[in-house]
Design a protein around this ligand. Structure first.
Ligand SMILES: NC(=O)c1ccc[n+]([C@@H]2O[C@H](COP(=O)([O-])OP(=O)(O)OC[C@H]3O[C@@H](n4cnc5c(N)ncnc54)[C@H](O)[C@@H]3O)[C@@H](O)[C@H]2O)c1
Length: 386
């Protein structure tokens, strides 16, 4: 295969972002060949924007039946991600799915099992923030033991401000039936993925969530979660879409150092001696280990992650380059998300891995009373929003 022929399924906000750089031939070895959307208006707009030289399909089945398509980028609402991904793999297509991997881990587990049947096909997820050199550097520091043993993680991510008009821009948005969750499912999959990618999975979770707080929606708009890791470290994750000015501060503390990512900068401090060792021998009463602030060379780039994920996906298909955001890893952040929901619904600690059947049942109860909104759908300008 010389070029990977790609179809975009779902030509809404993010589908258009992917179409932009693909139609400009910015991805080496890739050729955008088709658009697919169940809403005919979206195809009319796409035709106007990108020209007539593409195929325009109004159903996924048409895409999957087209032998001149090698790969799909799934940019539909979340519930469909694993459903379309499984159908695409069965039809022999490489799959790059938008985040989250799905709404509930039970379904994503099914997808992962299915994907194992097709080792010749690439299955990746759009975790574009994994491409940000600053988060990659944080992972490198933690994995190299530069902060010692993990002790505490804190992420305050409250700068994804979303207005009521945003929530009203799509009928599926912020409903249990259409979206399956709020800020945890739409905005935070990136942070939940990075959190576990850098710090590892917690072993239990206590979540507090407020549903429809300050917005007329069914799902959570405000969440605080407390987690514990197997080694006794603790973590807190705070998020809302209703706060302005918001904060994005990720703090990782270990026995030998601390990393803070805030205001698009990574700061790193290291103690000359591990705190545990220092504490075992120090006899001076007040005092603390000597700390050095160390300048770590890295640039914060949150803009080009999407095209980098697509380039990596295409390279993996063509040359076997290692996948930076493999599909099988999509279950981890979602597991934390599902655990927070379950904990908040049942007001109790939830151990990981969660009881996936129980989560599914609890979600069904909410879907049963969910109301899809009738709204005029809009394609929003997404520049600089993620
Ligand atoms: N990676 C990122 O930075 C990022 C940013 C925004 C959105 N997203 C994800 O992308 C997905 C879509 O979000 P959006 O904001 O673009 O939504 P959107 O509503 O603007 O677009 C979704 C499109 O999918 C179409 N669609 C729905 N079901 C379909 C189906 N079965 N077949 C074909 N088309 C179908 C809809 O008609 C719509 O045009 C969400 O899962 C979201 O989490 C990711």
């Amino acid at each position: 295969m010389e070029k990977v022929r790609i179809a975009i399924i779902g030509v809404g906000n993010i589908g258009n972002l992917h179409a932009g750089y693909l139609s400009n031939n910015e991805i080496k070895g890739a050729e955008l060949v088709a658009f697919c959307d169940i809403n005919p208006d979206k195809l009319v707009v796409a035709k106007r924007k990108y020209g007539e030289n593409y195929k325009f399909y109004d159903s996924v089945q048409q895409v999957l039946a087209d032998e001149a398509i090698d790969a799909v980028i799934i940019s539909t609402p979340h519930y469909d991600h694993p459903v379309i991904a499984m159908a695409a793999l069965k039809a022999g297509k490489h799959v790059l799915s938008e985040k989250p991997a799905g709404v509930y881990t039970k379904k994503v587990r099914e997808l992962i099992e299915e994907s194992k049947k097709y080792p010749e096909l690439t299955f990746a997820l759009m975790y574009n923030q994994r491409m940000n050199p600053t988060y990659r550097k944080a992972k490198e520091l933690v994995e190299a033991g530069e902060i010692g043993e993990l002790r505490r993680t804190n992420w305050i991510i409250t700068n994804w401000y979303r207005s009521q008009s945003y929530y009203n821009s799509g009928g599926w948005r912020a409903t249990w039936a259409g979206e399956g969750g709020g800020v945890l499912l739409n905005q935070d999959p990136h942070q939940l993925d990075l959190w576990q990618w850098i710090c590892g999975m917690p072993k239990r979770v206590m979540g507090f969530a407020y549903f429809g707080k300050l917005r007329d929606v069914e799902v959570e708009t405000d969440v605080t979660a407390y987690v514990e890791y197997a080694n006794g470290a603790t973590g807190v994750f705070v998020t809302t879409t209703t706060e302005t000015p918001g904060t994005n501060r990720f703090e990782i503390v270990g026995s030998k150092g601390k990393i803070v990512i805030e205001d698009n900068q990574l700061k790193f401090w290291q103690t000359r001696v591990d705190e545990a060792e220092w504490n075992a021998t120090y006899e001076g009463g007040f005092g603390e280990p000597e700390v050095w602030e160390i300048k770590v060379p890295t640039t914060f780039d949150s803009a080009s992650g999407h095209s980098k994920v697509v380039q990596n996906f295409v390279n993996n298909i063509l040359t076997g380059e290692e996948l930076k955001s493999p599909g099988v890893e999509g279950i981890n952040g979602l597991m934390i998300s599902n655990a927070i929901h379950l904990s908040a619904w049942q007001e109790r600690w939830v151990d990981l891995p969660i009881d996936e059947d129980l989560f599914f049942e609890e979600l069904q109860k909410r879907i049963a009373t969910s109301k899809l909104k009738t709204v005029e759908e809009k394609v929003l300008d997404t520049e600089n929003t993620y």
